[in-house]
Design a protein around this ligand. Sequence first.
Ligand SMILES: [Zn+2]
Length: 103
Amino acid sequence: MASKRRKKANYTAILIRRDPAFSKCPSCGKYHTLRRSQTRNLIEGFLKKATIFKPFRCNNCGWRGFKSTITLTWESVRNVALYAGFAILVGFIVLEILKRFVR
Ligand SMILES: [Zn+2]
C-alpha cells in the first residue's frame, strides 16, 4: 500500500483537539472502545453544550462518564510560558522607554 504521510505536529497550537474515542478507557484500560453517549438529563445536556467535556460510554466494560475533547500538551504549556515571558520582557522595555521619553 502507499505510504501514509503523517501530518507534522503543530507545536505552536495552544490546545490540541483530540477525539477521546481513540483514547484509553479509564475503567478497563482498553483502546478504541469509547463511544459518544446520549445525555440523560438537562444538566448533562448543558455540560455537553457549554463545556469541552462530552459524555462517553465504553463498549467493553460499560463505563460511562465525561471526557475532555481538548487536551493540553507539554509543548503547548512550554510555548505559552515562553510567549508570556517574552511579552512581559517587551512590556518592561516599552515601559522603560516611555519613562525616559514621556515626561
Ligand atoms: Zn472500558
